[in-house]
Design a binder for this molecule. Structure first.
Ligand code: ZN
Ligand code: ZN
Length: 230
């Protein structure tokens, strides 16, 4: 695992996601929300869900080399707190797991992801002031950002593609590709709501997705407040 370098993201320009009308013309077909996938979870055998499916035709995302029309960002509704990697065959038909922690079985947990209806979303460039405020915060210079931090919610995780994600757990690290062993650039963050079984409490976290474009390999790194889901 390499250190999560701030510059290691692709695309460099970050975008927030906003719902858009399904029939709107000229929009790329990015879909946020849970869709079933063809893959089963390595740990429990249940069908994996796509949390965000990215239209590779959108040139802003630099995904044109992938052997698929839409890149699904996957998780298991029960094992969302587990790091794992998956990749695509060159034909784009099948998917293979490259489980980073082969043989590792996570402890049982009653927490589950809350269901989210799929909806088409469009991408909007993250405003410069948010990028700048986050950068100051990452560098521990929050005092210099004080003028801005009071004007908008810069510290809430949001769905985003590209750019530098706001991290909840600063100790988290970026993954290396299990196929070529190179550091994987950050691709997207998807905010998730988690329900814990017994008391039905809910909490927010996010799943960070990284992509090796050489190997068409995706890595998932859960990012939750460390006191809740370490
Ligand atoms: Zn599972
Ligand atoms: Zn690779």
């Amino acid at each position: 695992m390499n250190v999560f370098h701030d510059h290691n993201s692709r695309p460099v320009q970050g975008h927030f996601l906003q719902p858009c009308a399904k029939s709107s013309q000229g929009e790329f077909r990015h879909v946020l929300g849970q869709l079933p996938s063809a893959l089963n979870c390595d740990f429990c055998g249940h069908t994996m869900v796509s949390l965000l499916a990215l239209d590779v035709a959108d040139g802003r995302l630099e995904l044109g080399m992938l052997p698929v029309d839409r890149l699904p960002l996957l998780t298991c509704r029960e094992h969302f707190h587990t790091d794992f990697q998956y990749s695509f065959t060159s034909a784009g038909e099948g998917l293979e797991f490259e489980n980073e922690r082969a043989g590792f079985v996570p402890s049982s947990s009653s927490a589950r992801l809350t269901a989210r209806e799929p909806q088409q979303v469009s991408l909007h460039a993250i405003p410069d002031r948010i990028v700048a405020t986050r950068k100051l915060a990452r560098e521990g210079r929050i005092g210099e950002a004080a003028d801005w931090t009071e004007r908008f919610e810069w510290d809430q995780p949001q769905h985003e593609v590209g750019g530098l994600p706001l991290r909840l757990n600063r100790d988290s690290t970026g993954p290396d590709c299990s196929l070529c062993e190179q550091p994987m650039p950050f691709l997207a963050a998807v905010v998730v709501e988690v329900q814990t079984g017994l008391n039905e409490e809910t909490g927010l976290g996010q799943l960070l997705y990284f992509l090796c474009r050489t190997c068409a390999c995706v890595a998932v790194v859960p990012d939750f407040e460390s006191e809740n889901y370490s």
